[in-house]
Design a protein around this ligand. Structure first.
Ligand SMILES: NC(=O)c1ccc[n+]([C@@H]2O[C@H](COP(=O)([O-])OP(=O)(O)OC[C@H]3O[C@@H](n4cnc5c(N)ncnc54)[C@H](OP(=O)(O)O)[C@@H]3O)[C@@H](O)[C@H]2O)c1
Length: 243
């Protein structure tokens, strides 16, 4: 049976859950408030979805999707996640997550920092560089839209890439966790690259309906990307529109 566990039921967790049930996966989803709080989402997702505590969602499938703010990673059940492949959607937003010195000084990428919080997991970065409402709009687009995937463990990265493919997106190998800055906030391959109109997205990102981004173009954008200066580029809420 195709199974996937998701921790986080907000904008990104729910968007991934919708794709997963549409693709025939059984989904176990968790949040911080407990399974009872997920009745509305479960009703929408249908019979393939179940709600659970984070510990149970963590071990439900071969891959655990993390869709929680970066400031929650330290509270996740790292003991049961150990040894597992983890698809991390997280980004660093200092206004939300508080200042993290290793990230402000670029000693680590967000993904490398997450790896220190969840040792012994195989973190693979995906779905972090696209705004949540573009996900259903661009899944299974014609031409297919591509998402970058980065990770240090080759098998884990391949496994996450297959999942992303099954959910309706092509993938581009964006290298290791150390190289994943190329699709962090304020880099050259972040959310606006999926916009139908750059100006429209800047003015009202939620009104933008998205535009297909094929793998070849994403590869170019990743190659041209620049490492963001987190202290300057994402220190305030003005960037939350593109989170
Ligand atoms: N929104 C976007 O467009 C977008 C795009 C790309 C990447 N991201 C990144 O994806 C991550 C999630 O963003 P989001 O926008 O989906 O956030 P969100 O809408 O605020 O949802 C966050 C979810 O995480 C849950 N959560 C928080 N702490 C938890 C804990 N300790 N254990 C279990 N669940 C916990 C929350 O539970 P409750 O529901 O109980 O509060 C909520 O369901 C962030 O790192 C964000 O930067 C977001």
């Amino acid at each position: 049976m195709k199974r996937i566990g998701i921790i986080g039921s907000g904008a990104i967790g729910a968007a991934v859950a919708r794709l997963a049930v549409n693709a025939g996966y059984t989904v176990m989803i968790a949040n911080s408030r407990g399974p009872e709080s997920l009745a509305g989402l479960l009703a929408e997702l249908g019979p393939l979805a179940k709600a659970a505590e984070a510990r149970d969602a963590a071990v439900f499938g071969d891959i655990t999707v993390l869709a929680v703010p970066l400031n929650a990673y330290a509270t996740l059940p790292s003991d049961v996640l150990a040894g597992r492949t983890v698809l991390s959607t997280g980004n660093y937003y200092p206004y939300r997550d508080a200042r993290i010195a290793q990230l402000d000084t670029r000693q680590a990428t967000t993904a490398e920092y997450e790896q220190t919080l969840l040792p012994d997991t195989h973190i693979v970065k995906a779905f972090n560089n696209i705004v949540a409402h573009h996900i259903p709009l661009l899944a299974n687009s014609q031409p297919r839209t591509a998402l970058p995937v980065a990770g240090d463990d080759i098998e884990a990265k391949a496994s996450v890439s297959r999942l992303v493919n099954a959910l309706g997106f092509d993938t581009v190998d964006a290298g290791t966790l150390a190289e994943s800055w190329s699709f962090e906030p304020a880099s050259g391959a972040y959310t606006v690259i999926y916009a139908a109109s750059e100006d429209g997205f800047a003015a009202d990102y939620l009104a933008d309906r998205g535009a297909a981004l094929p793998a070849a173009r994403l590869s170019e954008l990743l190659a041209e990307s620049h490492q963001p200066d987190v202290r300057r580029d994402s220190s305030d809420r003005s960037h939350s529109a593109a989170r």
